[in-house]
Write a protein that binds this ligand. Sequence first.
Ligand SMILES: C[S@@+](CC[C@H](N)C(=O)[O-])C[C@H]1O[C@@H](n2cnc3c(N)ncnc32)[C@H](O)[C@@H]1O
Length: 186
Amino acid sequence: SSTVPATVVSMIEALGLTEGHTVLEIGTGTGYSTALMCHCLGEDSVTTIEVDPQVATRADDALEAAGYSTWTVTGDGLVGHPRRAPYDRVIATCAVRRIPYTWIRQTRVGGRILATIGSWAYGTGLAEVTVHGDGTARGRIVGRSSFMQARSQATPTHLGDLEARAAYADTERATRVSPGLLEEWM
Ligand SMILES: C[S@@+](CC[C@H](N)C(=O)[O-])C[C@H]1O[C@@H](n2cnc3c(N)ncnc32)[C@H](O)[C@@H]1O
């Protein structure tokens, strides 16, 4: 896996877009990555979701000014956008704790999802999974990545950690994994 953190450009390159593909993007932001994908595939093949209405409006205006009347949706990208599914590719430029099953449901069989996953700050990796006909998706962490957490997941859940500590408070065992691993990004 790469030691250089992923950028929206390297992520788009990793998507392996070809003519005719349709893409769902989560996290429109400035609209920059959306514009790049519109340039590759055409404006009608790209659907992008932004949770912040003001950010979405600004991006939509910027995309129009750049000549792309694309599908900018305002809403929570964690639910995807079933109306235009299935997509060949799903790309998230915000981080998620786990890949929402809605994205898998909305991806064509053989299609790919690329997203930063992680559950605490900096402990994140770029996950790439392929969707299979049996409704599952399989893949691996393909690189290092850091994006802002999806809005509804931005606050860390402390409860889980405390529960785990309480559950194992009176037990002790040797670890087979060096704690030095915690020094590493992923
Ligand atoms: C790193 S920025 C995206 C950068 C963008 N791709 C670009 O090229 O400018 C992350 C964006 O994800 C948005 N976001 C956060 N949570 C979201 C969610 N649940 N659904 C959709 N967008 C979300 C944020 O508001 C922010 O604009």
